[in-house]
Design a protein around this ligand. Structure first.
Ligand code: PLP
Length: 346
């Protein structure tokens, strides 16, 4: 059955081991891009990650492990009871949330570890680094909250590339919080965009997803040698093939998504329609030798000579992986070094 996302567990284990071996501190393996499929998480665990990290508590709940589970997205106040019962460590930035998290933790007699996030300029989550930090004293008074560490996330919203300057900023923040009495044991310095740093200074943790999954660091989008970029492969089936004009015939209005399409007349071309579309796949995020002509919600048009029933294979970029892993219409199949094949219910 197609479309199908094929996941090679051994390649993923290899990639994980390679990243883990480069650092003398524990790596959080980020599992959200593949919706934390348990078999795939297992491969990352075998590769040596120290923590399982995901942005969604639903994903963390699927995983049976003795490793600590970390929630990456700032928790919603409405889900704090669930988060506190299911997760070991949470990234947070709002005092109000932390106070309410303490209430939830008191109810089940648990001490929650938190990583206080600081925004160093990327303008996504975190306390603005210049702001007054005296509220930390209020956190330290909470009975069931353990301020375990601080963290920062870059290259996500503002596209800011981590540098030594950011490491220095984290050191200053750590020193300031320590002077208030905090025992900061973890400085979670960044994601796959921090791998190029030569000197990690106070940083003693990274949260890594894309680099492990797709063999690419994300500060400069460079491939990482000796790692596999085809741990995830998408297969889709041709449902129509043949020659058609390259220029639509008739008056042009809008396409299925309300955009006015534009075409160049290249005469008749060989083309095929695949049974996958924008509902399942971020079409700008596929890696493929041929040419993509476009897509509607359920159909992907590609150029080339194919016949009905052919299976076309794609490597994926981050958006391609995220969308196909999330789509219930894309079947998932895990393979271990091609020695066994296991089908998962999508
Ligand atoms: C807070 C946080 N840390 C780390 C990551 C992992 O990022 P990457 O996949 O670029 O390594 C993400 C995103 O998935 C995130 O939101």
């Amino acid at each position: 059955m197609y479309p199908k996302l094929i996941i090679d567990l051994k390649k993923l284990e290899h990639n994980t081991r390679l990243i883990v071996s480069k650092y003398d501190f524990p790596i959080m393996g980020v599992t959200k891009a593949f919706c934390a499929i348990p078999e795939v998480v297992e491969a990352m665990i075998k590769g040596g990650i120290g923590y399982i990290a995901d942005s969604r508590v639903e994903n963390l709940m699927k995983i049976k492990t003795t490793l600590p589970k970390v929630l990456l997205r700032l928790p919603m106040i409405s889900q704090l009871d669930l988060v506190v019962s299911e997760v070991d460590m949470v990234l947070v930035s709002e005092l109000e949330t932390i106070v309410k998290m303490n209430d939830s933790a008191v109810k089940i007699n648990k001490v929650m570890k938190i990583i206080l996030m600081f925004d160093l300029g990327d303008l996504r989550e975190g306390i603005w680094y210049k702001n007054d930090k005296s509220f930390v004293k209020d956190i330290l008074k909470l009975t069931n909250i353990d301020l375990f560490g601080i963290g920062a996330n870059l290259t996500c919203f503002g596209g800011i590339i981590p540098t030594d300057k950011h490491t220095e900023m984290l050191k200053n923040i750590k020193d300031e919080l320590t002077s208030m009495g905090a025992d900061i044991r973890m400085v979670s310095g960044g994601n796959s965009s921090s791998l190029h740093l030569k000197n990690f200074g106070v940083i003693n943790n990274l949260r890594v997803g894309e680099a492990i999954l797709l063999a690419r660091e994300t500060a400069f989008a460079k491939s990482i040698v000796e790692m596999y970029d085809d741990c995830f492969v998408l297969e889709a089936e041709v449902v129509e093939a043949g020659i058609k004009p390259s220029l639509p015939i008739g008056d042009v209005g809008v396409d299925a998504f309300g955009n006015v399409p534009s075409f160049i007349d290249r005469g008749p071309i060989e083309r095929a329609i695949l049974a996958i579309g924008k509902q399942d796949l971020h079409i700008d995020s596929i890696v493929f030798d041929g040419k993509v002509l476009g897509a509607s919600s359920d159909h992907l048009m590609i150029e080339g000579k194919y016949k009905v029933g052919d299976i076309v294979r794609f490597k994926l970029g981050y958006g391609g992986l995220l969308s196909t892993a999330t789509s219930p219409y894309v079947k998932k199949e895990v393979r271990g070094w091609l020695t066994f094949i296991q089908k998962l219910d999508a």
